[in-house]
Design a protein around this ligand. Structure first.
Ligand SMILES: [Zn+2]
Length: 85
């Protein structure tokens, strides 16, 4: 893991994010999730890949194989990389 990259929900809050946009191209859906609510439910140390898994738990393609598999990702608008100050 590169240092400085956001790895947990707490990291996103530190960077000034209030919400994350998560969507799945295969299922054609996008959701906006308030970080405050996520932290209350899961804690500051929730890792971002784990959050994707939680959010996509009800995706119909979650158990798919190969190309048919769920493609849930963080959408633009959620900067997970270092941003110039
Ligand atoms: Zn999906």
């Amino acid at each position: 893991m590169p240092s400085g990259g956001a790895r947990t929900v707490g990291d996103l809050v530190e960077r000034g994010h209030e919400r994350v946009l998560i969507g799945c191209d295969k299922c054609d859906r996008t959701g906006s999730y308030g970080l405050g609510g996520l932290i209350v439910r899961y804690g500051l140390d929730l890792r971002l890949p784990a959050l994707l898994a939680l959010v996509s738990a009800d995706c119909p393609r979650r158990a798919g194989q190969g190309l048919d598999r769920c493609g849930v990702v963080y959408r633009k608008g959620t900067s997970l990389a270092n941003r110039p100050k």
